[in-house]
Design a protein around this ligand. Structure first.
Ligand code: GDG
Length: 461
């Protein structure tokens, strides 16, 4: 196959020596390795003046092209419109929604800047793959500059129903911008159908055609479902390999045969952490045999420290964890171990493998890769059990998990208890079924399907 893939995302994850890449980086890097290409995005640093042209770093067939951003523009584009408007809106959390016209304008300007800096790097037979809600207007900006190559957009977060979307004053602008792409991808059928319903509204007046094609605003595009997967073999290998790391052994010793329940989430209000802590407390109240016999290990690396709500949720969680420990702890047992830090990926997989229960209870999530990684990292002979929120995209695929509604405190407590008590036969059976799903729809399939759809869109133009 000819033609490079040009991936664009807010941040570029340049792999570091000796570190296994995670999440979406695995898929993007594999696509770039296969076809050759560029990964373009922000380098993580800010300046006071006008950002310079992209800095290029070559690694085999992959070019990393990164730019810095002006500090004020970054604050308004990233902390402001992206994470205070779009993130809560797309997660159906209107209580957290803030809108400021100035920040929206910075969002548009940063997208125009991305287009300007990317333009000189493009070749005629490239296909461009844009990632996530930070960059919705990028295709329209590139088109304005004369780019005719296929441009695809993958949304990593949910897409809300029209009645939620329209709370944003500039929702019509977003919908119009999405129509400048050739391929638009979502995690679930629900997200796709919300998008289609929005385009049918009189503001856009699109026609839905067979085969996922859409005719809108004088253009043709394809919208489809591309549920992101993981590399299950990598998770299993890392989990087994790191089982004897000193830190994992120290954890095992400190647990003294107690059952470990694990949660791993960016510190974000969409991940349902306060609700989860309350449910764990309910477990200790309703099923007292668990007292002294279980430990909840919650790993929550802080993110988006520039947004106030994120500092607030951190303080709230510290309060609840402190309350649970204060109420239930004994001299030799602390029920919650709450860690505001990140761990090496190998260590994380070993912790997943050691935990009897994986607790993944977001109040809304596009997919949730932790749920998939937890299942993949288990020992098939004696697997732990996943307790999964029905409001995560992953629940559409992992039907054999213990499914719970994260708002139902008693229900989540009951779900944890069910997972803790599940027989070995049932755990094996459910684990096998989930692993088969993960293998069938892995990360390679995700990026292959997307890149193929993008390349095919060139032929239909
Ligand atoms: C967005 C969407 C969608 C977490 N802590 C550590 C660590 N992680 C890794 C996990 C996993 C990734 O980060 C988190 O992915 P999620 O999917 O769970 O969540 P988001 O960050 O919100 O991702 C989500 C995803 O995009 C992909 O489309 O599934 O719905 O919100 O891979 O393992 N990795 C390491 N140390 C940590 O402490 N090394």
């Amino acid at each position: 196959m000819t033609g490079r893939v040009v991936a664009v995302s807010n941040r570029v994850a340049i792999p570091r020596e000796g570190q296994a890449p995670g999440g979406l980086a695995v898929g993007v890097l594999a696509a770039l390795r296969e076809y050759g290409g560029i990964w373009f995005g922000w380098n993580g640093s800010t300046t006071t003046g006008e950002p310079k042209d992209a800095e290029l770093q070559q690694d085999g067939t992959i070019t990393y092209a990164t730019i810095s951003l002006n500090q004020q523009e970054f604050d308004d584009y990233y902390n402001g419109f992206s994470n205070q408007s779009l993130w809560p809106l797309f997660h159906y959390m209107l209580g957290h929604l803030k809108y400021d016209r100035r920040k929206f304008q910075a969002y548009v300007r940063v997208n125009a800047l991305f287009a300007r800096k990317l333009l000189p790097l493009l070749q005629d037979d490239d296909v461009i793959w844009v990632h996530d809600y930070h960059l919705i207007p990028l295709a329209a900006e590139l088109r304005r500059a004369g780019v005719t190559q296929p441009i695809g957009f993958f949304l990593h977060v949910p897409f809300p129903d029209y009645d939620v979307l329209r709370a944003l004053p500039v929702h019509e602008y977003l919908l119009r911008s999405m129509c400048a792409y050739d391929v638009v991808g979502f995690h679930t059928l629900g997200d796709l159908s919300s998008f289609q319903q929005c385009l049918l509204r009189p503001e856009i007046g699109a026609d839905l055609l067979p085969g996922g094609r859409i005719s809108a605003l004088g253009r043709r595009l394809v919208a489809d479902v591309f549920p992101i997967g993981i590399d299950p073999a990598q998770c299993a290998e890392l989990g087994a390999q790191h089982q004897s790391d000193r830190a994992v052994e120290r954890l095992q010793t400190s647990l003294q045969q107690r059952s470990l329940i694990i949660g791993v989430d960016r510190l974000d209000y969409s991940k349902g952490l306060p609700e989860r802590f309350h449910a764990y407390q309910r477990l200790l109240e309703h099923y007292p045999a668990n007292r002294r016999n279980v430990v909840l290990l919650q790993i929550a690396p802080p993110t988006r420290s520039g947004v106030r709500t994120y500092a607030e949720i951190r303080a709230e969680l510290e309060g609840i964890a402190g309350h649970i420990n204060g109420r239930f702890a004994e001299v030799d047992w602390v029920p919650v171990r709450y860690l505001n830090r990140s761990y090496d990926r190998g260590m994380l997989m070993a912790l997943y493998r050691y935990a009897r229960v994986g607790l993944v209870t977001p109040v809304r999530d596009g997919m949730n890769l932790v749920a998939k990684e937890y299942v993949a990292a288990q020992d098939p002979e004696d697997p732990g059990m996943l307790v999964l929120s029905t409001l995560a995209g992953a629940a559409r695929e992992l039907r054999e998990a213990v499914l719970v509604n994260p708002y139902d405190t008693d229900g989540v407590a009951e779900g944890i208890q069910t997972a803790l008590e599940m027989s070995l036969d049932e755990r094996r059976e459910r684990h096998q079924a989930m692993l088969a799903t993960l293998r069938q729809n892995d990360i390679s399939r995700w990026r292959q399907r997307f890149v193929e759809a993008l390349k095919a869109s060139r032929d239909t133009h």
